[in-house]
Design a protein around this ligand. Structure first.
Ligand SMILES: Cc1ncc(COP(=O)(O)O)c(C=O)c1O
Length: 369
């Protein structure tokens, strides 16, 4: 085919841009291995599902899907504004927090600008930065797992537009206190935007405190999601809290009906069912700690995680991955993060976690024979 000129910019920009690799879908593994059932522990979802009130809200909203959703997500914004004790004009709603992150990076960074993130920070920051035509500055972690906040502050140049930090971080599971984060914010120039991505906030809420109220910087953007603790990953709804001017500008780049009608209804109901979220978070954290203790006793711990996932570290990770998949268990390989000797295992239901451990012990036993 003749060279097509209009592709030039996209092709150049996509050079070296790797698509996001999600956890392997259950159906794919079943087909690959000829299995009848599989346990997916690859995408940090909430295995308990959403609040029954969120499901009821979606069932009710289903009768209205011939209408466009509210493009301003008015009820959801009001519920979130009430929850965070901020004005509605400080809330940016997205089709998952992934869209919020991409929208912010695309709105504020472009050719000639730099975006700073950790080398093993959530991979979407690097992908969105490159897609926006900006330059990503990946700062190595201090111990391979924890963001080096001093080095990240030192990486700021006059070209820096944005800094992205996940707290807790996926995939390394590390956490910085609000005091450490505030010291970092204080070290940054006031004109720089800082995304503190709190997708896993609910799993550390008691310890961390109210970051929306406690942290301050003119360019601070705190993003959260309904995908993890709230169990609404399939609905795709997330948000950020930031200064009105930041939200106003990002809204100009936003697609008009970016969050669908069912997702808006589900998120409002989920937010209001506090007890449900708190009880599922407590169960998840308790299961996570049990999984970590078991990995530790097998000599396979990859460090303490503060999210709804654990890290397995072993020199023969790819072999363990294959053997787990043979048994219908889907973990997440971390090679795309330069962590080839790690697997990330999302916390599942108690019976799923027990099955994972029993299969893992079998694999370890076989290889020791
Ligand atoms: C740190 C972090 N931020 C953001 C996201 C995006 O989540 P969602 O788009 O489902 O809100 C994820 C998903 O895994 C994540 O791990």
């Amino acid at each position: 085919m003749k060279h097509i000129d209009w592709m030039g910019r996209a092709v150049a920009q996509a050079a070296g841009l790797h698509p996001y690799i999600p956890g392997k879908p259950v159906e794919t593994l079943l087909r690959e291995k000829g299995l009848h059932r599989a346990i997916k522990l690859a995408s940090n979802e909430n295995p308990y599902g959403p609040s029954p009130k969120a499901i009821a809200a979606m069932q009710q909203a289903a009768a209205e899907v011939h209408r466009y959703p509210d493009g301003d997500a008015t009820l959801l914004k009001e519920a979130l504004a009430d929850f965070h004790q901020v004005g509605t004009d400080r809330i940016l709603i997205g089709n998952g927090s992934n869209e919020v992150l991409e929208l912010l990076i695309r709105s504020f960074a472009g050719s000639g600008d730099e975006v700073i993130y950790a080398q093993r920070g959530f991979i979407v920051y690097a992908l969105a930065t490159q897609a926006a035509g900006a330059t990503g500055i990946a700062v190595p972690e201090s111990d391979g797992l924890t963001h080096d906040l001093d080095a990240m502050a030192a990486a700021v140049t006059e070209r820096t537009k944005l800094v992205c930090i996940a707290n807790p971080n996926n995939p390394t599971g590390s956490l910085h206190s609000n005091a450490a984060m505030q010291a970092f914010l204080d070290a940054l120039p006031r004109h720089i935007l800082v995304i503190v991505d709190e997708a896993y906030y609910e799993f550390v809420a008691d310890e961390l405190g109210d970051s929306v109220q406690e942290l301050s910087h003119p360019g601070l953007i705190i993003s959260r999601t309904f995908s993890k603790a709230y169990g609404l990953a399939g609905c795709r709804v997330g948000y950020a809290v930031a200064d009105e001017a930041i939200v106003g500008l990002a809204n100009r780049f936003r697609e008009p009906f970016n969050v669908n009608l069912l997702a808006q209804a589900a998120a409002v109901a989920a937010l209001q069912d506090r007890d449900w979220v708190l009880s599922r978070v407590a169960e998840t954290v308790s299961e996570r700690d049990k999984l970590e203790a078991a990995l530790d006793s097998l000599g396979m711990s990859g460090g303490h995680s503060r999210g709804n996932f654990v890290l397995l570290r072993h020199s023969r990770c790819s072999e363990i991955l294959q053997r787990l998949e043979d048994h219908g268990i889907i973990p997440r390989p971390l090679a795309p993060y330069g962590m080839a000797d790690y697997l990330r295992i999302s916390v599942g239901l108690p019976a799923e976690n027990a099955e994972f451990l029993s299969v893992l012990k079998g694999i370890v036993g076989e290889s020791e024979e």
